[in-house]
Ligand binder design. Structure first.
Ligand code: SAH
Length: 352
């Protein structure tokens, strides 16, 4: 095995210049994939965890330059699900075998802490054996605490890019990396299992930025890392920038698996959108989570973060059997356990 990959595999780390070499050539890709696959098998076997994604609102007060549901996008047809509709998604998901529900949305002021906590508490009561994940952006620490107290276990908040200047080129001036970072550490301190991550190939991104992202993730030590390609959206200011590259996404997935052997690593919807076998390739390069869509069919096309986001077919929960078969053909097995991140002791972070 190549020296660079062997070093990364055995020590979980490389120098910046070694990372640069690894990121900028395809020469190591085959070895990297093999090593990442071996490490994921060591800790997770062939298990692939499924999370039911409920995209419950596409209203957003933010104006992130890459995102299709940014507030300035007048073409986006807005929707929000009622509490009853969200609970219906959970019911359907539970019957399909899902034991984690991910409530993701824009930063929608309609969903006050009170409303969100009421929804979380209802899910918690109805599904005591399930994990509840929130992904609703930046909030004051007290709000995060209230969600946790209401019964949420996990929180996904991608850091997007760990380089402040790069962050400011992708976001309006009121959003800063310093604030994003604070939110992530607040969430950790409160006791959430935390997911961070970034887009690969976002406009202006350099190798240096990616190395900064890898270093930030080493510092944060999240339970989950979500990465996927940047994919342009026609009604955003970044419409003319090229999409991220499959090869680079896979390379970074492999590096992340070797740097964080026990992390939960999703093969994301964006990866599945950019290539018909994107998710399977991700699973073969260290990923071990997929997040099918549990939102009602009628709203799926409206949660359009980027052009052509897949919204029917295997990524929909109704096709979970289909997905299970696809995952099996890639050499893995869909399991329905909660799939908490494994701790250093090798046990799950929280009992059921
Ligand atoms: N409001 C929530 C959820 C945002 S959508 C939050 O702030 O966390 C979830 C993720 O989709 C974002 O974190 C971003 O990384 C990704 N995303 C948004 N627009 C995208 C695009 N054009 N291409 C690829 N990924 C995108």
């Amino acid at each position: 095995m190549n020296n660079l990959i062997e070093t990364l595999k055995t020590t979980g780390n490389l120098t910046d210049s070694q990372l640069q070499t690894l990121l900028e050539t395809n020469a190591y890709d085959a070895e990297l994939r093999k090593a990442a696959d071996a490490v994921r098998r060591e800790h997770y076997g062939t298990d692939v965890y499924i999370r039911g994604l409920i995209e419950f609102t596409n209203y957003c007060k933010n104006d992130c330059l890459y995102c299709g549901i940014r507030r300035s996008n007048r073409c986006a047809e807005r929707y929000r699900l009622t509490k009853e509709e969200i609970l219906e998604c959970c019911k359907e998901g539970y019957a399909l075998g899902f034991r984690t529900f991910v409530l993701q949305g824009g930063e929608d002021p309609y969903f006050t802490d009170e409303r969100l906590c009421d929804i979380v508490a209802s899910i918690r009561k109805g599904y005591p054996d399930c994990a509840i994940t929130l992904s609703v952006g930046e909030k004051p620490r007290e709000s995060y605490q209230s969600y946790f107290d209401a019964g949420a276990d996990r929180y996904l908040l991608r850091h997007e890019t760990a380089t402040p200047e790069h962050y400011s080129r992708l976001h309006p001036s009121e959003l800063t990396f310093a604030q994003r970072r604070k939110c992530l550490f607040d969430l950790k301190e409160i006791g959430f299992q935390v997911g961070a991550g970034f887009m690969v190939g976002s406009p202006y991104q350099t190798t240096e930025h990616i190395i900064a992202d890898l270093r930030f993730l080493q510092e944060l030590k999240p339970d989950m890392i979500g990465i996927g390609p940047f994919l342009s959206h026609k009604d955003t200011p970044l419409r003319d920038y090229p999409n991220g590259e499959l090869e680079l996404v896979l390379r970074i997935l492999g590096i992340l698996r070797l740097m964080h052997p026990k992390v939960l690593l999703p093969a994301t919807t964006a990866l599945g959108t950019m290539h018909p076998q994107g998710r399977e390739l991700g699973l073969q390069t260290g990923a071990n989570v997929v997040m099918p869509n549990l939102s009602p069919q009628s709203v799926r096309k409206k949660y359009m973060l980027y052009d052509n986001k897949i919204s029917t077919g295997e990524e929909s929960a109704q096709s979970v059997r289909n997905l299970t078969e696809k995952v099996a053909s890639a050499g893995f097995r869909v399991v329905t356990a909660r799939g908490d991140a494994k701790t250093a002791a090798g046990r799950t972070a929280k009992p059921f």
